[in-house]
Design a protein around this ligand. Structure first.
Ligand SMILES: NC(=O)c1ccc[n+]([C@@H]2O[C@H](COP(=O)([O-])OP(=O)(O)OC[C@H]3O[C@@H](n4cnc5c(N)ncnc54)[C@H](OP(=O)(O)O)[C@@H]3O)[C@@H](O)[C@H]2O)c1
Length: 179
């Protein structure tokens, strides 16, 4: 019977190829036996996250490794002090801090569920998620359009909101896994 190898590989996922190479080199300098693989992905782009998921799956298959992920750490996040909108039409902070983490988690769930050992998802949020107070969230807020022509971008509130949503992601995933 053929049993694929269970991967003990650390994945570095980031948007800059140069930073990824530097990170891999620094880890290798500390531990030359480390099994590492870098993938480029922009968390503010759903298209890029889908490409990453496809590349990861293909790489696992090509490497004869068990098709699973044991730990996902959603760390990437930004605090943008001026309004910007992603190519797919989200406020940049909401798109990166929440939508990106949500899509990545959703797309990797089958691989996490396929893990032969108990898998984990770590969502890096912020204590400020508790501070969400008077932000009126509507379509214009999520799309970021509301702030593009406005002189005031309530960046602290948008950041807190995006982090609150990431916190809710924990609850959503738990609910999905225990259905
Ligand atoms: N620093 C704080 O005081 C603090 C407090 C509470 C929570 N946090 C949270 O902790 C996490 C890490 O923050 P940090 O302070 O370490 O910030 P950081 O040094 O700016 O690191 C953020 C990381 O996210 C990556 N990133 C940003 N946008 C991305 C995108 N669109 N696609 C892929 N990667 C992207 C950055 O990649 P690049 O290197 O390519 O820019 C960087 O590696 C964040 O989620 C942040 O909200 C930070």
């Amino acid at each position: 019977m053929y049993i694929p190898k269970i991967p003990v590989v650390d994945y570095a996922v980031g948007r800059s190829e140069q930073l990824l190479s530097e990170t891999i080199r620094k880890i290798k300098d500390l531990n030359e036996d480390a099994q590492l693989k870098a993938f480029q992905a922009d968390l503010s782009s759903v298209e890029s996250i889908i490409k990453f998921k496809d590349s990861l799956r293909q790489w696992l298959l090509d490497s004869n490794l068990h098709c699973s992920v044991q730990i996902l750490i959603n760390n990437a996040g930004i605090l943008a002090t001026s309004p910007r909108v992603t190519a797919e039409g989200y406020d940049q902070m909401i798109g990166t801090n929440y939508v990106g983490a949500f899509v990545l988690t959703k797309l990797l769930l089958p691989l996490l569920e396929n893990s032969p050992v108990s898998s984990k998802i770590v969502n890096v949020t912020s204590f400020t998620h508790r501070a969400v107070t008077n932000l009126q969230v509507d379509e214009g807020t999520v799309s970021g359009k509301k702030f593009l022509s406005s002189k005031h971008y309530p960046y602290a509130q948008v950041y807190e909101y995006s982090k609150r949503k990431r916190h809710i992601l924990d609850e959503l995933v738990q609910a999905t896994l225990y259905l």
